[in-house]
Design a protein around this ligand. Sequence first.
Ligand code: MLC
Ligand code: AMP
Length: 513
Amino acid sequence: MSNHNLFVALRDAFPADLDRTAVETDDGLVYSWCDLDRATAMVANLIDSLDLPAHSRIAVQVEKSVEAMVLYLATLRAGHVFLPLNTAYQSAEIEYFIGNAEPAVVVCSPKNHGWVSKIAFTAGTAFVFTLGDDRTGSLLDRAAHMSDRHTPAVRGSDDLAAILYTSGTTGRSKGAMLTHGNMLSNARVLRDHWGWRPDDVLIHALPIFHVHGLFVAIHGALINGSKMIWFSKFDPKRAIAKFAEATVFMGVPTLYVRMLAEPTLTPAQARHMRLFISGSAPLLIETFTEWQVRTGHTILERYGMSETVMLTSNPCGDDPRYPGQTERRGGTVGFPLPGVELRVVGDGDQTVAQGEIGGIQVRGPNVFKGYWRMPEKTAEEFTADGFFKTGDVGRVDEQGYVVIVGRSKDLIISGGYNVYPAEIEGYINDMPGVAESALVGVPHPDFGEVGVAVIIPKPGAAVDPDQVIGVLKSQLANFKIPKRCWVVNELPRNTMGKVQKNLLRDQYKGEFA
Ligand code: MLC
Ligand code: AMP
């Protein structure tokens, strides 16, 4: 029986000369392909030594480091399920994820060990390790005693490789279950579609707890045996300086906006680069055009989500399915990737005519298996013929380019992070003196979109907006905090009594202009 473990495919793509550099960090560390192989073996052997039940979840909330990537790869290698958590999440958020996923192992930053281990052990987690961003912590201490040889666990393509928490339309976060097959098929498609070459060098500047930085970027480099220049935190000046040594950059639009503000961004500085890729949030046409002028390169915009990895991409070269259509078109997310079926539907799931707007549905080997322990929710999000309802609204233009025009899900995407209004409104509504609240997304020059809160106080009560923000900061991840807050007497409503968020968005859209 062949082994469909994603790690095996990634490892097979390592270059023959394992002494070559695989990763170089912004603070001067160099890791060879041999280092990655040995380190993942040692951590996988440590995981094996714990005698975990098959398909155990390993939940990880640590700062970005090459060792954190090693832990991800080792989890695959050992055949367990990786559960990455945003480092901004605070205790109530972590408590929910750990309670819901019931991980057998939790790995956290040394500084958070006290509170995270308390949550984990209370939820029944058997092992808690620490991993610092400076190669400290109990995980590596323990792994140092392990063998650097390891035979990867045998996994089928339908076996789980990762769970990514995401909220859909309503309610608590749901764990999107991605399989080895989902991720490997997508990595292979992107390898071919984006014309990766073994001599490509990727600037890795994104966080590694979401699809973009963890899967698209890391798998992209590894499955091509390509080197990564690794930034623990994005810094526009330093990223631009590295263009001279790199060929591929991936970023959310905010990263491009911030680099455009740097005078060092010039065509000469970007001459060595081959490909700039943007995704996770809409790229404004102004950013797309300005980038062309400032660097001579056309950004390739693509579209995806946690449940599906990548779905569409602008062209990178000739695509036999779209002969002669090599234009990367701003304001579009390109064509469905090979193997991805995409349709736009109106009410009643009827496909609309080409060019008309409707809900985007997708089907393909990249589409996830379902939401963790939520069979009803999973069933609701799929059609009878197996298409996944993305919650994005768009159209396919006459040449076949997909254009995203909005979302039917109530979601704000701020600097590439998702903020679910219902969650934040819930916290605000629980505060004393608050009768009701609405969070809406408004345009923002840096983050693209940010959340602002509009609050109605209870009769006779006084609500202080600064205090609301202060309380939220103590409860929620920082990127979820509304950038501004207003206390008003009433919210606009339709005849059914439902708050008309479109009117609020309109009212406050100029706040950060
Ligand atoms: C930081 N802040 C944000 C924010 N990031 N506010 C709103 N939205 C964000 N995204 C706020 C903090 O709360 C803080 O506020 C202040 O900015 C400084 O925090 P920081 O951590 O120092 O910020 P910075 O390092 O500048 O981070 C900005 C960023 C980061 C753009 C580099 O947000 C980022 O890395 N975004 C990428 C997200 C990503 O990878 N998404 C991929 C999802 S996958 P205060 O008030 O406390 O000072 C996906 C699927 C797909 O969507 O298709 O790819
Ligand atoms: P996530 O749940 O973090 O995976 O976010 C996925 C969502 O990000 C998608 O459903 C889209 O709404 C949005 N998204 C991703 N890429 C793009 C893009 N290029 N343009 C517009 N929206 C995007």
